[in-house]
Ligand binder design. Structure first.
Ligand SMILES: *[C@@H]1O[C@H](CO)[C@@H](O)[C@H](O)[C@H]1NC(C)=O
Ligand SMILES: *[C@@H]1O[C@H](CO)[C@@H](O)[C@H](O)[C@H]1NC(C)=O
Ligand SMILES: *[C@@H]1O[C@H](CO)[C@@H](O)[C@H](O)[C@H]1NC(C)=O
Length: 356
């Protein structure tokens, strides 16, 4: 069966079950890194991966920094709005028995990766394992509120968005002074990532997750923090090759988990080409610059510090800082992701695999 077809089937399973239950409010749980964080790291006292200072949030509602690593909304914020739900709050902002837990939670944390050791130099961040542990606690809290049966049902019906792996490259394997890059070839490192991810997704499944959308990696070789390592500011070909290898392996893993785990409905959302297209043809989408960031981050670290210089027109730039897309770019990417997941023709989908 073709990959496209598999993706459509999983998509259709998600849509069918959402449609069957139009009365119930969609609950979403979000796991990820700085691309989806909405403020968990603000609560980690010693974390160096923070964005709770200007000019982060300058284009967000209210114009204040929130802990989002962009000038405005994340892709997750925009996606939630499209689904008609509010963007879930950061887990660490909630009390252990908060009623808000029933409506979805965001566990994403800047600097986090699939591997525990990723982002080590940020001192504190929630690794994917930490995030799953917090989801386990969330589920206990939900069970205490509404009972185990209803909690299981809620978790089965919820939608899970996962986006991790960028930091395992940018803040781990691509750092020559860190042990993983010295210890492993890329093939070995990729094996480690995929076997770890297999266990993590299986653990989420055991906790009741069924409808899981795993967001693949972007062409990381083209983000400003990588381009500056090249002679003339071009994309790093080797990095993009590794990213493509990672995406291909995750896609296979997703198919294998759908086979192995009864009623699992995982989808791999591949946005690599969409992001590359935006970077290669910015004008087509109303942008002027895609090879450097709006915020001038010549400084160490690549984040937009309060003393940085900003570009004049923030919507002209695909990148906000050396790592993260601007609000305007996130809007384009969320649109593309949404239509790739939810607007395909349902007529081509046979009996959904995820409801067997
Ligand atoms: C991460 O560390 C925890 C203990 O702190 C351990 O249980 C877990 O297996 C580790 N995960 C990985 C991916 O190494
Ligand atoms: C969830 O946490 C409990 C302890 O509270 C532990 O026994 C259980 O193994 C965890 N489940 C998963 C799937 O990690
Ligand atoms: C970005 O591209 C423009 C136009 O092609 C070029 O003039 C500029 O030097 C590039 N900037 C960087 C940082 O590579």
């Amino acid at each position: 069966m073709s990959r496209t077809k598999l993706a459509f089937i999983a998509y259709f399973a998600v849509m069918a079950s959402m449609a069957m239950d139009a009365s119930a409010v969609l609950v979403t749980f979000i796991f990820g890194d700085s691309l989806t964080e909405v403020g968990n790291n603000n609560h980690l006292r010693y974390s160096l991966a923070k964005s709770n200072y200007p000019f982060y949030g300058i284009d967000f509602e209210g114009g204040q920094p929130t802990g989002r690593f962009t000038n405005g909304r994340t892709i997750g914020d925009i996606f939630s709005a499209k689904l008609g739900v509010s963007s879930p709050p950061p887990y660490l902002s909630l009390s252990p028995n908060d009623d808000a837990l029933l409506q979805g939670v965001n566990y994403a944390s800047g600097g986090a990766g699939i591997l525990n050791e990723t982002g080590l130099y940020f001192i504190q961040r929630l690794s994917f394992d930490d995030q799953i542990n917090y989801f386990n606690k969330t589920k206990d809290a939900i069970s205490a509120k509404i009972g185990e049966v209803a909690a299981n049902k809620l978790c089965n019906k919820a939608l899970y968005f996962i986006g991790l792996g960028s930091n395992d490259y940018v803040n781990n394997f691509l750092q020559p002074f860190l042990p993983d890059s010295q210890q492993y070839t890329h093939d070995e490192f990729l094996e480690l990532l995929i076997s770890t991810l297999d266990q993590q997704l299986t653990r989420l499944y055991k906790l009741g997750a069924r409808k899981i959308i795993f967001h693949g990696l972007s062409p990381l070789g083209c983000i400003p923090s990588q381009r500056v390592k090249s002679k003339q500011g071009q994309c790093l070909h080797q990095v993009n090759e590794w990213v493509l290898a990672f995406n291909a392996r995750v896609q296979k893993l997703v198919a294998s988990l759908n086979q192995r785990l009864p009623t699992a409905g995982l989808t791999f959302a591949d946005t690599y080409q969409a992001v590359l297209e935006l970077i290669n043809n910015p004008a087509k989408y109303g942008f002027k610059v895609s090879n450097t960031s709006c915020c001038n981050v010549a400084s160490l670290g690549g984040l937009c510090l309060p003393n940085s210089k900003l570009c004049k027109n923030r919507h002209d730039y695909v990148f906000w800082d050396a790592f993260h897309p601007s609000d305007a770019a996130n809007a384009v990417l969320a649109d593309k992701l949404f239509s790739s997941l939810f607007s395909s023709s349902p007529s081509i989908a046979p009996a959904p695999a995820a409801t067997r």
